[in-house]
Design a protein around this ligand. Sequence first.
Ligand code: PGA
Length: 250
Amino acid sequence: MRRKLVAGNWKMNGSADSIRKLLQGIREGAAGVAAVDLAVFPPFVYLGLVEQQLSGAPVAWGTQNLSEHGSGAYTGEVAGSMLLDFHCTYVLVGHSERRTLYGETDDLVARKFAVARKLGIKPILCVGETLDEREQGVTEAVVGRQLKAVLTLEGIGAFIDAVIAYEPVWAIGTGRTATSQQAQDVHAFIRAQLAAIDPAVASQTRILYGGSMKAANAGELLSMSDIDGGLIGGASLDAKEFLAIAEAGG
Ligand code: PGA
């Protein structure tokens, strides 16, 4: 049985003040949603604050990105080993905003995934098609290609303990959620790709849905058999809303 994971991707939002309040709200409510795993993904600079406020709480944390390099002359980058200093459990790799705005390729994303695993940080591999790609009927080809880049580099064993987030790009921050059936279909496709290589790994890999998920639609999405949680952007900036989403999955 896969435990659901509800993860908040805060993106480039917040201030020390607002994040303190948000963390306080999450901390206070987290015990009430014990059936679901929780995690938050702050901007790098607030990691210390997050670690401090969440230590001892049933909420994990991680970052939205990491460098593919170990250390050295890479101005502006953050190494995976630095995330360990802040006891990060997870790291997002290949978020569509990284892919589209910062030119991250499938190969680069796969290398970042590998770096995270090597350090013992659980990667959350984000995949998903654009509106154009969906309309052209190539959703499975795109998601399959994104997945294959990691499978080719790391093998199926890489998905033991890793997480996949299916986030249709057209649903991110648009208020336009995939229907639960649209999401379920892609989740089932992803699981089938893994199962074709190793059914045992496929049955334990958590596949999250992301894209305008909120308390009002979470119950339906999270009731689908292959949807194992959510990666929440906008709605994760409000502690009540974030916890209500988690409750819907419990
Ligand atoms: P959204 O973002 O919930 O604001 O659509 C999801 C994400 O990008 O992870």
